[in-house]
Design a protein around this ligand. Structure first.
Ligand SMILES: *[C@@H]1O[C@H](CO)[C@@H](O)[C@H](O)[C@H]1NC(C)=O
Length: 349
């Protein structure tokens, strides 16, 4: 069973019940117990507003941290979709918007490292430049034109990025260890084999439990756009994870699971680690340390009279609201997906 992060808000009790149900089913049928996994928010503000990390971690076999969508056209300057580290010119809450910060934060809040999976993006987020500046933090006026195939303004699949790269060169953001490219007033921050390589080294050095990808169909799955064979990024990721160079102690990543796409870590017949309490462990829902609001585009009063939880964004179905103690946060849906009331989650249109 895989759960979208949005539904996890104050959901410790639900997880506890699910885990007990799985346990009962397993002992009744003699079959291996089902795994319980969740894709969770990477942003610190969303984490603070929504999760009791140590509690939910006890009931989950894997926690897939969505370490992408850190920057995009909801902002007014260029920024990378999935930086590994912070940019030296960032200050305040900006410094939370990177993979290293999120993974470290989930770990330090009490999630066991071996349960934490790092998200890898096979797409980039785009901007239209509004001046002659073209580096990181350059002023923008919105998204670049929609991709020919994905047809949604603001992001390009990796295979669309490859087409864009013809006639321009790939720039490397030293601080963040990820590439971007710019041409004709358009700008895209994306991932390539080099950034995947650096990120896997980071993942192994920190002994995180594995990786997952958003998403299979955004890689160059036919191999005809990038000239790097079929599924160049996902193949590279698999190779890097399986390579035994610089293995961590206790070898938890030697056979790192590679989960993919929206169904990452779904029901499987594997046995979970024999850990996790069977009773207790959940406290009453609370909005702890409500963080500062960060979303200027949203009507301020939206969350004022609403109970804590997840709500559709009336202005944009590619994001949703998180209300916590009357404060509101906008959480973008992963590339290509929209928010759906029916599942209270981001899903393919
Ligand atoms: C990674 O994150 C940790 C915790 O936030 C921080 O102390 C460390 O300096 C970061 N590393 C880099 C290279 O930014």
């Amino acid at each position: 069973m895989s759960i979208n992060g949005a539904v996890l808000l104050n959901a410790c009790f639900v997880l506890q019940e699910l885990q007990q149900a799985y346990e009962a089913e397993s002992s009744a049928t003699g079959r291996p117990q089902l795994m319980l996994t969740a894709a969770v928010a990477a942003g610190k503000l969303t984490i603070d507003a929504g999760y009791e990390i140590a509690e939910i971690a006890r009931y989950l076999d894997f926690i897939s941290v969505m370490t992408y969508d850190f920057h995009g056209t909801w902002e007014s300057v260029t920024g990378h979709n999935s930086p590994l580290y912070q940019w030296s010119q960032e200050t305040g809450a900006q410094t939370y918007l990177n993979t290293n910060y999120s993974m470290t934060y989930w770990k330090n809040q009490g999630a066991p490292v071996e349960k934490l999976r790092m998200g890898f993006a096979t797409y980039g987020r785009t901007f239209q430049l509004s001046s002659t500046e073209s580096g990181l933090g350059a002023p923008t006026s919105g998204p670049a034109s929609a991709g020919i195939y994905t047809r949604e303004a603001g992001f390009w699949s990796y295979y669309e990025v490859c087409s864009f790269l013809q006639g321009t060169s790939t720039q490397w953001i030293q601080d963040q260890k990820v590439p971007y490219a710019t041409k004709g007033g358009q700008w895209v921050g994306f991932d390539n084999k080099e950034s995947f390589n650096t990120k896997v080294t980071y993942l192994k050095d920190n002994m995180f439990g594995g990786a997952f990808v958003w998403s299979l169909d955004l890689d160059d799955f036919t191999g005809q756009f990038c000239g790097l064979g079929k599924y160049p990024l996902i193949s590279e990721l698999k190779k890097l994870l399986n390579s035994s160079s610089a293995p961590p102690a206790e070898g938890s990543t030697a056979e790192t699971p590679l989960a993919t796409g929206p169904t990452a870590g779904g029901s499987t017949a594997e046995s979970p680690p024999a850990t996790g309490p069977t009773a207790g462990g959940c406290t009453a829902p609370s909005a702890k340390n409500p963080p500062a609001e960060t979303s200027p585009a949203v009507p301020r009063q939206y969350c004022e009279d609403r109970i804590d939880g997840i709500y559709p964004n009336p202005l944009d179905n590619k994001s949703f609201f998180l209300c916590s103690a009357g404060r509101q946060f906008v959480q973008p849906c992963p590339a290509g997906t929209i928010y759906k009331m029916s599942c209270k989650c981001c899903d393919w249109p």
